[in-house]
Design a protein around this ligand. Structure first.
Ligand SMILES: C[S@@+](CC[C@H](N)C(=O)[O-])C[C@H]1O[C@@H](n2cnc3c(N)ncnc32)[C@H](O)[C@@H]1O
Length: 278
């Protein structure tokens, strides 16, 4: 038995590979043009569980019903949902020290944040924790809302549960672990209701043409657009701009930049941009 047979890997023909690259890029923005082996590895189990011998059969099934459960499973397999608590913590510090402080100064008592590409929930829960600890005794006077969206229903199911192994909490500030995570009988930790109540999860594809207008004080879209081509990122950043209130912020991942793209945000610091009056 060779390696492919042992791992149940079925190789894509050139035209099958091109179909999948085009399908994913148009519908979800993700650029897989250099990811042939990754597609084959991630879809191997799907072919097997559907009883398909080759990709032609699988592609026909995707084409025959583009809204089907098969397409949902397909995108769940294709997306990379890697995330963890306390990732790129300076954004949480900025949120607590700069954003909350300036809203308070402006006598505001509400904040609305969008975690776009929230994956398995660590990011939006961390946002809620950062805001809660910054507000302290004023927390009950504020209206805090975090909208968390992702295209992957598999990632969203994990996020909604809000249960994580203790090993995931090692990086979290001890006070946050003590205040916001509740140990379960099986040793895992569940996000406290006071934090869960602030976060609402839903499926949302960033390739959707219409985004909410002038809604969010802060948009987090970190480590999502790294998978997109620059032209796609540019379109999405323009839509984020419309969704951001005047004076609001966009946070992107540390390895990303939008400075070379045509957009109206003002650069504040690496990975932080602001919508300022023009
Ligand atoms: C690597 S995770 C990043 C998670 C989190 N933002 C972080 O920085 O830890 C990227 C997420 O983007 C999501 N994603 C990719 N394409 C998307 C699209 N078109 N619409 C919405 N979410 C998308 C994936 O499903 C995945 O969960």
């Amino acid at each position: 038995m060779n390696y492919d047979e042992a791992c149940s890997i079925v190789r894509l023909s050139d035209s099958e590979f091109e179909f999948i690259v085009d399908f994913v890029s148009k519908r979800y923005g993700i650029d897989l043009s250099q990811k042939r082996r990754l597609i084959e590895a991630r879809l191997a189990g799907e072919l097997k569980s559907n009883g398909f011998d080759n990709y032609a059969q699988y592609i026909n099934a995707l084409k025959s019903d583009p809204t089907s459960e098969k397409v949902e499973t397909f995108i769940n397999k294709i997306t990379t949902n890697y995330s963890y608590f306390s990732r790129e913590t300076d954004h949480y510090d900025f949120l607590a020290n700069t954003v909350i402080a300036s809203l308070s100064q402006a006598k505001k008592t509400s904040i609305k944040v969008w975690s776009a590409g929230c994956s398995t929930g660590e990011e939006p829960y961390n946002i809620a924790m950062a805001i809660d600890s910054a507000l302290g005794i004023k927390r009950n006077l504020w209206n805090v809302s975090i909208v968390a969206t992702d295209v992957s229903t598999r990632a969203l199911a994990v996020a909604k549960k809000g249960v994580y192994p203790e090993s995931e909490l090692n990086v979290m500030p001890p006070a946050w672990k003590a205040n916001y995570m509740v140990k379960q009988p099986d040793g895992n930790y569940k996000v406290a209701d006071s934090i869960r109540n602030k976060v609402s999860f839903s499926q949302f594809n960033l390739m959707t043409p219409f985004f909410p207008k002038n809604t969010y004080d802060v948009v987090f879209c970190r480590n999502v657009m790294i998978y997109f081509k620059p032209a796609t990122t540019q379109e999405i950043v323009k839509k984020f701009y419309q969704s951001t209130v005047e004076g609001g912020y966009l946070f992107i991942g540390h390895s990303e930049t939008i400075s070379r793209l045509d957009n109206d945000y003002t650069y504040i610091s690496p990975s932080i941009y602001r919508k300022l009056k023009k």
